[in-house]
Every structure is written in C-alpha cells, then in structure tokens.
Design a protein around this ligand. Sequence first.
Ligand SMILES: *[C@@H]1O[C@H](CO)[C@@H](O)[C@H](O)[C@H]1NC(C)=O
Ligand SMILES: *[C@@H]1O[C@H](CO)[C@@H](O)[C@H](O)[C@H]1NC(C)=O
Ligand SMILES: *[C@@H]1O[C@H](CO)[C@@H](O)[C@H](O)[C@H]1NC(C)=O
Length: 347
Amino acid sequence: MGAFRFRNKQNTPCGHNRLPQRWSYKYWGERGERNILETDCSRSHITFTMVYACPVLLLLLLLWARPSLLAASPRTYEDTDRLTGERVQCERCPPGSFLRAGCSSERRSECARCPEGSYTEMWNHISKCLRCGACGRNQVVKQACTAESDCQCECKQGYYYEPDYDSCVRHRECPVGQGALTKGTPENNTVCQICSGSTFSNTSSAHQSCMEHKKCSDSGLKMVLRGSSWHDSVCADCTQLKDAADYLRETIPDFVVYHNMNVKRLRRVVHRLFPEDLEKSRRTSGLSSSELHAEINAWAASATPAQIRQLPDLLKNRAGDWLKNMLDHIETRLPEECGLGNGTEGN
Ligand SMILES: *[C@@H]1O[C@H](CO)[C@@H](O)[C@H](O)[C@H]1NC(C)=O
Ligand SMILES: *[C@@H]1O[C@H](CO)[C@@H](O)[C@H](O)[C@H]1NC(C)=O
Ligand SMILES: *[C@@H]1O[C@H](CO)[C@@H](O)[C@H](O)[C@H]1NC(C)=O
C-alpha cells in the first residue's frame, strides 16, 4: 500500500488564523513511485474541513487513496497481509499516535505516540505524524502543539486578524479628534468614534478613548476657550491674569497635530520661527514630522506673548486664520470672564 506525506512547506501558521501557505502532498505508490501535488490550501490540519476547502484535493484523495488514510470513522481499515496475501481488517491508531507497524492475520496494528513536534488529530494509519505548524508573521502561540492537536496562533499585541488580507494587520489608530470606542483585540480592529459633546482627543492612538474636557469652574477657574474635539478647554485664573497669548500657547501643540501639515510645510514654519538661526534651519531639512512638531512645541513653550501673536501670520492660510480666531476669542472672553473692562491689563 502507498503512503501519504503531508508537508507544510513554509514555516507558516498553524491553528485558526489561516494565512496563505503552500502544502505539498507526496504519495508513495506501491512500487515506490512518487507523486507530488502542490496546492494552496488555507488549512493547516489534515481534516475533512480542509478536504472540503480544497475540492481539487478531495478529488485527488478519492482517486489516489483507495483506503482513506485519515478518517473520522470507522476505526479499522482494510489491508493485505504481506505473507498470505489475504485481506485483513487492521485497527487504526488514535489521535496523538501513528501507525508504527501495520497488522497481519496474526498481529494487531502497532501504534506509537507522536514524537515531540508532531501530532495527529484523528484516528489514522499514517506512518508518520504531521509536523506541528509554526506561527506566522505578527502572530504568537495561543495554544502550544500537543500530540493530539496542532498549535493555535493569534495575532500579537497591537495586531488583529484581517480576513481580507488573510494576515495580521496593525490596529487602526484613531486620529486626533477621534477616540477608541472599542480597543482592538487579536480578532477585531479598533473602532473609532468622533469625539463629540464635551469630549476630545489630542493624540493619535489605537487605545485612547475620547476624554472629557476639563471643567474650569471645578478648580475655581474661568473658561476662556471652550474645548473642541481635538483640544481641551483653556482655563484662566483671574487672580493671576496673563496675556491672552499665554492661554493660546497651551493649545499650540494640539493645534499643530490637528492640522496635520506635511513635512515641507512644517519645515517652512520652523524656518520662519527661527529666521536668524541658520544652523537650525540647516538641521531641519533632515527632521521628521514628529521632530519638527517637537521643535515647534519647544518654541511655543518659551516664546514671548508678542512672538505667539505673530504665529497666525507666520502660518498663513487657513491654519493661520484659525489660530487668529482662537486668539481673538480668548481676548474677548478673558475680560468678560474675569469681570474686567476692556483690554487685558489685568495684574
Ligand atoms: C469581533 O469580530 C467578530 C467577527 O470577526 C464579531 O462577530 C464580533 O462581534 C466582534 N466583536 C466586537 C467586540 O466588535
Ligand atoms: C493633550 O491634552 C492634555 C490635557 O489638556 C494635556 O495634558 C496633554 O499634554 C495634551 N497632549 C498633547 C500631546 O498635546
Ligand atoms: C470698551 O472698548 C470699546 C472700544 O474698544 C469702547 O467703545 C467701550 O466704551 C469700552 N468699554 C469700557 C467699559 O471701557
């Protein structure tokens, strides 16, 4: 009788996360002739599911394997006694074992435990256990391989299984202005929601949910700029009034991220922020977006109110107008909230 060899060519996944893989099927015929069939089959177990998943394979299995080598039932198979040439009913081997020696009219089938690193999941009469799979790219072992079952893999932290690509894909990051409604799992992508009502998110993140705007009144402060989906409320302490530009300063890092300017634009902004610093200008040409953001944030932290007031003109375009509006807003609210007359001459 012939024997099948099933080989998982790539060291790709086992278990339920079915990543594309090539299988090769070798069939040793009764006279030692060898047939090789290669097919793409997204199942790593030799089970009936797999056979159904691969109609071509099913057909070939039916044609080639007269007695089915792997079957759920019955627990015996028919073989020919080598010495007498009689037909004999042999016992199959249970899951976790393989057939070390076939039966004869005098001897029962001899089964042996699958060696480490191999398994059989069904009653069988294969001469070698199936090799355990290995987890694929961006996967981790969920359940180790045992003699009776192949290992199970799942996507590693930060990744989920995407059936469309049949692979583990990084969780979506909710952009600024959106928060995670449900965090990503090994099975599901992050679900984002727009921060509405009194909530905001000032980070691009796969797990940060929308946060409540702070309530200035809770700490005895006055709100001088209402929070939006991408920045927190800005509060003022009326007993220690500052220039309106000092309140705008707080929102500049969030503003820069929210406006999502491209690298070229960010470089131009940084150049304009440090017009006389030639050394810095030269250096910015090699900086990434996040490094440029850091430059702007550092500038904002130490700029004088007068310098901050120039930022809208320096940004130009819509972003500049937007920032100017925010500043105007603070400028009108500040005296109102703090019960002053006109102007910002607080102290
Ligand atoms: C995760 O995805 C599965 C389908 O892939 C779906 O049935 C299930 O409801 C999802 N769970 C959540 C929490 O969205
Ligand atoms: C986001 O807002 C919080 C609360 O106002 C603030 O503490 C934090 O620094 C902000 N993060 C960024 C990246 O701007
Ligand atoms: C506030 O300033 C405006 C013009 O800037 C002026 O018309 C108004 O009288 C001022 N009000 C007070 C209370 O000083």
